[in-house]
Write a protein that binds this ligand. Structure first.
Ligand code: SF4
Ligand code: SF4
Length: 140
């Protein structure tokens, strides 16, 4: 259950589960324009780290690659670390908080390895607003 107005006041949902990279395998993360610009400013080409927009209904979505860890995000190292962690997409920063379009509310993604733990947390209004802004940026 995601509850607003708690003292849990960080803007991003910090995942401290070291060694887990489950959400970076076969990622379907969509990027905002800000994400694209920020990552391209690091020297990466969006045509390399994203799927062709013809395959994604026009969205910029992270590309996966074959690695020794499986079919993993373009930016996941062979050691299971995000190589652009400080600049990772906003959706990655707030994950496992996602938006459930069927019920029109933020929820914890049950695909997260530690979904039970995250479901016990309470989420601040600022986190909910961050997620809603992200969704509206994506579907602009
Ligand atoms: S950008 Fe980083 S955090 Fe996001 S899916 Fe890729 S490796 Fe994981
Ligand atoms: S799957 Fe869940 S626990 Fe694992 S790294 Fe992603 S957010 Fe953290």
């Amino acid at each position: 259950m995601v509850k607003p107005n708690s003292e849990f006041n960080s803007k991003s949902v910090k995942c401290d589960f070291m060694g887990c990279y489950k959400c970076c395998i076969e990622t379907e993360m969509i990027l905002t324009d800000d994400d694209l610009n920020r990552i391209e400013n690091l020297g990466y080409d969006k045509n390399e780290f994203c799927l062709d927009t013809k395959e994604t209904d026009g969205y910029w979505q992270l590309r996966n690659k074959k690695s020794i860890l499986g079919n993993t995000c373009y930016f996941l190292s062979n050691h299971g670390k995000c190589t652009i962690y400080e600049n990772r997409p906003q959706g990655c920063q707030i994950y496992p908080l996602i938006y459930d379009f069927e019920f029109e509310k933020p929820v914890i993604d049950l695909d997260c390895r530690e979904a039970v733990y995250f479901n016990k947390q309470e989420y601040s209004q600022s986190q909910i607003i961050t997620l809603e802004k992200l969704i509206s940026n994506l579907f602009r």
